[in-house]
Design a protein around this ligand. Structure first.
Ligand SMILES: Nc1nc2c(c(=O)[nH]1)N[C@H]1C(S)=C(S)[C@@H](COP(=O)(O)OP(=O)(O)OC[C@H]3O[C@@H](n4cnc5c(=O)[nH]c(N)nc54)[C@H](O)[C@@H]3O)O[C@H]1N2
Ligand SMILES: Nc1nc2c(c(=O)[nH]1)N[C@H]1C(S)=C(S)[C@@H](COP(=O)(O)OP(=O)(O)OC[C@H]3O[C@@H](n4cnc5c(=O)[nH]c(N)nc54)[C@H](O)[C@@H]3O)O[C@H]1N2
Ligand SMILES: [Mo]
Length: 775
């Protein structure tokens, strides 16, 4: 029941927020931390809670409900029928049991990748896996869509994944770096969020950089929001998409031409440079990787490439690598070559020099605090059975298509499981996966698809059973801010009562566990309510804090107070330099690589014999790129969006800030637009052999000619009556579903070509955010 207005403190991936509510209706929301840089995502709580796109009741696809053992109809084209929670859970339980007993635990895919909502208790996929561990195991996933290539290659090269590790601290970068290069990174967008809640310190550091007078260079086919933010302080260099390895090789070759490579560092701290050097000079393959050679491939003039080599060599240079360029075919080569270039410059392990792969994500480089760090819910119950098999996360469609087939992953011979039951909770796989039409075909194969969702996403519309989930504003939780900094501990108190029949994933899986003979609610919940779990996680934080001289108040008074706790700074951590010990004494502080050194050549990788991931960084021509485009084809860039997190918040008022002609915007260079008779605001059709979408034209010289950008995260809205065209502009309808390589099997969403024309067909009404037909 509505009562007095109050302000509740909570948090999302996009930071701590204050929400105005009467306990039933959300009126407004805003950031809770003092920062001069407004984060648009923080204004959408009202829409998140009250959206017409919410799933209101448990729903079952009609053709499934009529005969659950032998379903009729086509997923995605059927009506839905409202059922009670008990009916829905009984139905799931009976089918789950049948499938598990017939085909075993590996036939149940609960890998369920996705960004869910932030919080240490209500972790949707983790709770799903906890239930499945109690039921006897499941197939899980390996890696992620974000850094599938980089996180696979980096352990061979530098002994850790680098992408999720703390960076040389920002105060040192601001003090010591002369040159900062943002290579395929757009922090102004990507720092709006973190895996936990954002600590919101990242953009102020980039602001300080902008005002520092240092030389700033952005290498990106698109003039990103970051380039605009840095303004005159930065130079924008726009290579063809997917050609960064060639560009880096051209720089590396110039270093050698001038005798600028740091032989001392290469001798002491790296392994296999000579083999790479023979490739660089052309001794091993007959092609010297000169600046001129590189210019031909990447489209950056040779003189500029030589200039970059000189700038990097003569200055303390920090190469900040983002991840868009590794979400590509041969993505592994990108950061391997970047580390190789940094090694040749010889500045790795110095304050302000070297490379960093997480300055653009979760505010890497914001120094780690002395902190009381929260514990969080685990994905298995005591004596449960965890994942019995795992598939590389972005190979899900290949797995559905080829049950039992052999495949290679990171040096391992593996076989795809025979998946019969898919449950997704907390992910939007119909927007996040490549080649949507191929996904839709493969998606017909399982016997049962269950989706737990707050909203009618395309995945929900293609399910058999849809369970309405609460948003994080309808339940109690806790979070830290800063994936690296641990800057704050934040209460996430329930803001409003759950809408309609939405329930917490936690309660749903507890109820299903009660139906399982090995389970019982008791085994799933360990006899604890939500608040008792939160108190447990908080008390573990208090113990962890005690060892760092951080004292927390008792849980009850903390929970009552509706205030966040800021952790004290650590002077020592503010001086953190990545690889400093290794640089000082590589013998005493070896890296966790095969040789203990930075591997520019990897004997392990050589032993795998992968043509798509050779044993040292190498330029390889992608299947689809500028160099083999058919006439009129453009390269498809699917960068991460400014005003949402992937598909999350797509339905909110923030859409007004970017939608063009009511659809996802497509950025085209004036030359490419003019050649096609396209004007600002036109509806255009974008297509290739895999599918077609409508999008709204934005014409800008802020993109390299020959490249189009449609941001990832648009909701698919395929119209079977109109040739299957996507009316909203979901970019993954166009992208190719191929692995980065057999090493990482990462997402390669940024490797694709497509044609564009002005759309002249009948007007098609957007239905992406409408619930499906139901009875
Ligand atoms: N072409 C192309 N494709 C890409 C990318 C790209 O660059 N280009 N980027 C890739 C990357 S890096 C990533 S990380 C993925 C992102 O893919 P996802 O992480 O799958 O994307 P989200 O939109 O964040 O999906 C989260 C879903 O969880 C739901 N949800 C939120 N809270 C809860 C909850 O409490 N319970 C339940 N049951 N559900 C909840 C939301 O409504 C939403 O639908 O996309 C990938 N796809
Ligand atoms: N606001 C917001 N923030 C987010 C997200 C979001 O959806 N919205 N997603 C979060 C997640 S899960 C992740 S993984 C990170 C993603 O972080 P990133 O992967 O770094 O983000 P992207 O936008 O995919 O790519 C960064 C930049 O690389 C450029 N780029 C693409 N291809 C190439 C290329 O071939 N060469 C070069 N030089 N540049 C290229 C793009 O134009 C873009 O400006 O962001 C996180 N932060
Ligand atoms: Mo990601």
């Amino acid at each position: 029941m509505a009562s007095e207005k109050k302000t509740v403190l909570t948090a999302a991936h996009w930071g701590p927020m204050l929400v105005e509510t009467d306990g039933d209706t959300v009126f407004s929301s805003r950031g809770a931390l003092a920062t001069p840089f407004e984060n648009s995502l923080q204004t959408a709580v009202r829409d998140q809670v009250h959206s017409k796109t919410r799933v209101r009741f448990p729903m079952v696809r009609k053709g499934f409900l009529t005969s659950p053992d032998n379903p009729r109809g086509v997923r995605g084209q059927d009506e839905f029928v409202r059922v009670s929670w008990d009916e829905a859970l009984d139905l799931i339980h009976a089918q789950h049991k049948r499938i598990r007993e017939s085909y075993g635990p590996a036939s149940i895919f609960a890998g369920s990748y996705g960004w869910r909502s932030n919080g240490v208790l209500h972790k949707a996929a983790t709770l799903l896996q906890r239930y499945m561990s109690l039921a006897g195991g499941y197939t899980g996933h390996l890696g992620d869509y974000s850094t599938g290539a980089a996180q696979a290659i980096m352990p061979y090269v530098v002994g850790g994944n680098e992408v999720y590790q703390q960076q040389t601290s920002w105060p040192l970068v601001l003090e010591h770096s002369d040159v900062v290069v943002l290579w395929s990174a757009n922090p102004l967008n990507t720092l709006k969020i973190a895996w936990n809640a954002s600590d919101e310190q990242g953009i102020p550091y980039f602001d300080a950089l902008r005002k520092s007078g240092k030389r700033l260079i952005c290498i990106d086919p698109m003039r990103s929001e970051t380039v605009d933010f840095l303004g005159d302080a930065a130079e924008w260099i726009a290579p063809h998409m997917g050609t960064d390895v060639a560009l880096m090789l051209g720089i590396a070759h110039t270093l050698v031409e001038n005798g600028w490579q740091d032989s001392d560092f290469l001798d002491h701290c790296t392994q296999g440079y000579e083999i790479f050097a023979a490739y660089l000079s052309g001794d091993s393959d007959g092609t010297p990787k000169t600046a001129e050679w590189a210019a031909e491939i990447c489209g950056v003039p040779a003189a500029k490439i030589r200039e970059l080599a000189a700038i990097f060599h003569h200055n303390t240079t920090m190469l900040m690598g983002g991840w868009g360029m590794q979400r590509q075919q041969f993505g592994e080569q990108k950061h391997w070559m970047m580390v190789t270039l940094a090694a040749m410059l010889g500045q790795i392990g110095t304050p302000g020099g070297g490379f960093g792969l997480s300055y653009h994500f979760a505010n890497g480089g914001n120094p780690t605090r002395r902190a009381a760090v929260l514990a969080s819910m685990q994905g298995s119950v005591q004596d449960g059975i965890d994942a019995v098999d795992k598939i590389p996360v972005a190979r899900i469609v290949e797995a559905l298509e080829n049950p039992g087939a052999p495949y290679q992953h990171n040096g391992m011979d593996r076989h795809f499981p025979d998946i019969r039951f898919v449950w997704w909770a907390g992910g939007a796989n119909f927007t996040h996966h490549q080649d949507t039409n191929r996904l839709i075909r493969a998606w017909q194969k399982p016997e049962l698809v269950v989706i737990s969702e707050c909203y009618w996403t395309a995945a929900a519309k293609h399910a058999d059973i849809v369970l309405p989930a609460t948003t994080s504003f309808e339940r109690n939780d806790l979070t830290m801010t800063g994936d690296y900094s641990n800057q704050h501990l934040v209460p996430m108190k329930q803001v409003v009562t759950p809408r309609d029949e939405a329930r917490d994933d936690f309660e749903v899986f507890a109820d299903l566990s009660e139906r399982w003979e090995t389970g019982g609610r008791q085994r799933f919940t360990e006899g604890k309510s939500d608040l008792q779990w939160l108190e447990t996680f908080y008390n573990i934080a208090a113990q962890r804090g005690a060892s760092q001289q951080v004292t927390l108040p008792p849980f009850a008074s903390f929970w009552q107070a509706n205030q966040l706790i800021e952790m004290p700074e650590s002077e020592q951590n503010a001086q953190f330099v990545r690889f400093a010990d290794f640089r000082r004494d590589p013998q005493a502080h070896p890296l966790k690589t095969a040789s203990g050194k930075i591997e520019i050549y990897s004997a392990r990788i050589a032993s795998f014999g992968y043509a798509d991931c050779p044993a040292h960084p190498m330029w390889l021509e992608p299947d689809e790129w500028h160099g083999n485009a058919e006439p009129e084809q453009l390269q498809v860039l699917s960068a991460h969006p400014a005003h949402r997190l992937h598909s999350q918040l797509s339905y909110s008022h923030l859409r007004e800030q970017y939608a063009v002609a009511g659809r996802e915007p497509i950025t085209l260079h004036p030359q490419d637009a003019a050649a096609r008779g396209i004007q600002e605001g036109d509806v255009v059709r974008v297509w290739n052999q895999r599918g077609q979408v409508l999008a709204g034209a934005t014409i800008s010289d802020g993109i390299r000619p020959g490249v189009l950008c449609i941001h990832e995260g648009g909701w698919p809205d395929l119209d079977p009556q109109a040739g299957g065209i996507c009316k909203n502009g979901a970019v993954n309808v166009l992208t190719k579903d191929l692995p980065s390589s057999r090493l990482g099997n990462g997402c390669a969403g940024n490797t694709a070509l497509a044609w564009v024309e002005k759309y002249t067909g009948p007007a098609l009404t957007l239905t992406a955010f409408d619930p499906p037909p139901s009875s």
